[in-house]
Structures are given as structure tokens and as C-alpha cells.
Design a protein around this ligand. Structure first.
Ligand SMILES: [Zn+2]
Ligand SMILES: [Zn+2]
Length: 259
């Protein structure tokens, strides 16, 4: 099997075709699946947890996306805490900093990110981090607050070699998406062999970021095989061996055998 460490099953484009999406994932031997809520309102997190509870092999991450950081107030955090009582909730996130799109003011993003680090530590869950064009600042904040004891992953890593080294030193896992298959991603491809075997994951981030040759289409977990093959080629691994490595890493980080 091959774990999709990050996708958005509650997104309308996926949810409207959920049975088909999960069937094609199973046929491609993609699973377990970490379904991330976080985008939009608390309803997205609720729907994501409900999907996880209804499907074996699907687990949830809940939080407030940096795009929506201003909505990360006390009541939202309390709602997340209540949702996290589900055994199928395996992580907090995605949270972090996005200075590329800058859909929320920096200050709101930083406050929300600190609260997510604290929440992950309090609930003893790993954190799923979203970071775009904000690597240095994100590292500073994690150093101040401390890494959640259960660890975490930088999802859809898009930084350079220096950023990768900083994240690895802090103890993070690094997850690569379909971007590694894009023609203009040479800098990112150079980072792929740097990540030690025991810190590596892959993801679709569906419905976003479909790998080549599906680029521009709605992404889904079944397409993860393309990304795995690209990552394996860059590292000089056999895809089957690498599939086992990244899946075991996800099982360990998200403690899936206990859920
Ligand atoms: Zn993200
Ligand atoms: Zn995402």
C-alpha cells in the first residue's frame, strides 16, 4: 500500500464523487489516507471527521488553514478540541504561514500558528504544516514555542535545500506533492534526495496539484503513484520499496495502528 499523507476529501469536488474516489484509490493500492479539513469553516473539519469515521483506512487532520487564520478564535479552538475526541483524528492542521498568497494578515497567521502548535502539544497529536514563502519565519516560531512532542510534517514542501535542512533539524518529516513532477520544479527536485528515508512522505493534496500527466485536472489519491514514481527515480529507489518506507513513516507519525 501507499499512504496519501495529505488530501482534502471534504472538498466539494471530491466529496461529490467520494465513493468513486475511494474505489479508485483502493484499486491503485493507495491507502491509508490522511484527510485534512482546515480549509473554510469548522464544517469542513466536521465533514472530514465524519468521512474518516465512516471509512476504514481514512484518518482526519483538523485545524484552521493560514488563509483563514483570522477565524482562529477561542470558540473555533474549542470546537477543534471537541472534534479531536474522535479516535480517527490523527493530527492538528494544516496550519502554518503562507506569505505567497497572503490571504490573511501576517499577524493573524502567526497567532493562529502558535495556537496550533500549543493545541497539538496539549492533545499530544502531530502537526501538519503548510508553509509557502515563509520558511525562515516559520522555523523561528517553532523554535520559540517548541516542537509538539508528537512531531509533525511539512506538507507539500516547496522550499529550498536550506529550508529542508532547518525543518529536518527541528525534527519534521517532509512530504512531497505532485509539484515534483512539474517541468519548472528543478530546485525542488534537488531537495528530494536530501531527506532521510525515515522522514520522507508523499501526498496528493487533492483536489489541488495533480501530478503530470494530469496537471490542471482535479487531483485524487489514485494519482499518488505518479508522484511516488518521480520521487523514487530522484532518489534511486525502487518504487515498491519506497512505497513501503513512506507508508511506514506515516503510520508511525500519525500512530495509525492505535486508531
Ligand atoms: Zn497546504
Ligand atoms: Zn492541503
Amino acid at each position: 500500500m501507499l499512504c496519501d499523507s495529505h488530501c482534502h476529501l471534504a472538498d466539494e469536488r471530491v466529496r461529490s464523487d467520494l465513493a468513486g474516489v475511494l474505489e479508485r484509490a483502493a484499486a491503485a493500492e493507495v491507502g491509508p489516507i490522511i484527510a485534512v479539513g482546515a480549509i473554510g469553516t469548522i464544517e469542513t473539519d466536521r465533514a472530514t471527521v465524519a468521512i474518516a469515521e465512516h471509512h476504514d483506512g481514512v484518518f482526519a487532520a483538523i485545524g484552521v488553514h493560514p488563509h483563514d487564520a483570522a477565524a482562529c478564535d477561542k470558540s473555533r479552538l474549542n470546537e477543534l478540541r471537541a472534534l479531536a475526541r474522535s479516535r480517527k483524528v490523527a493530527a492538528i492542521g494544516e496550519s502554518g504561514l503562507d506569505f505567497h498568497y497572503m490571504r490573511s494578515p501576517i499577524e493573524a497567521q502567526e497567532i493562529a500558528f502558535r495556537r496550533h502548535l500549543e493545541l497539538a502539544a496539549a492533545l499530544d497529536l502531530p502537526i501538519v504544516i503548510h508553509c509557502r514563502d515563509a520558511e525562515a519565519r516559520l522555523v523561528e516560531i517553532v523554535r520559540e514555542i517548541e516542537m509538539p512532542p508528537a512531531g509533525g510534517v511539512i506538507h507539500c514542501f516547496t522550499g529550498d535545500a536550506e529550508a529542508a535542512r532547518s525543518f529536518l533539524t527541528l525534527g519534521f518529516h517532509i512530504s512531497f506533492s505532485g509539484i515534483v513532477t512539474f517541468r519548472n520544479a528543478a530546485t525542488l527536485r534537488a531537495v528530494v534526495p536530501m531527506v532521510p528515508d525515515d522522514r520522507l512522505m508523499v501526498e496528493t493534496d487533492a483536489p489541488y496539484l495533480a501530478p503530470e500527466p494530469y496537471r490542471g485536472k482535479r487531483n485524487e489519491p489514485a494519482y499518488l503513484r505518479r508522484t511516488l514514481e518521480a520521487v523514487a527515480a530522484l532518489r534511486g529507489n525502487e518504487p515498491a520499496a519506497l512505497s513501503e518506507i513512506v507508508t511506514n513513516n506515516a503510520i508511525r507519525l500519525f500512530r495509525l495502528t492505535t486508531r
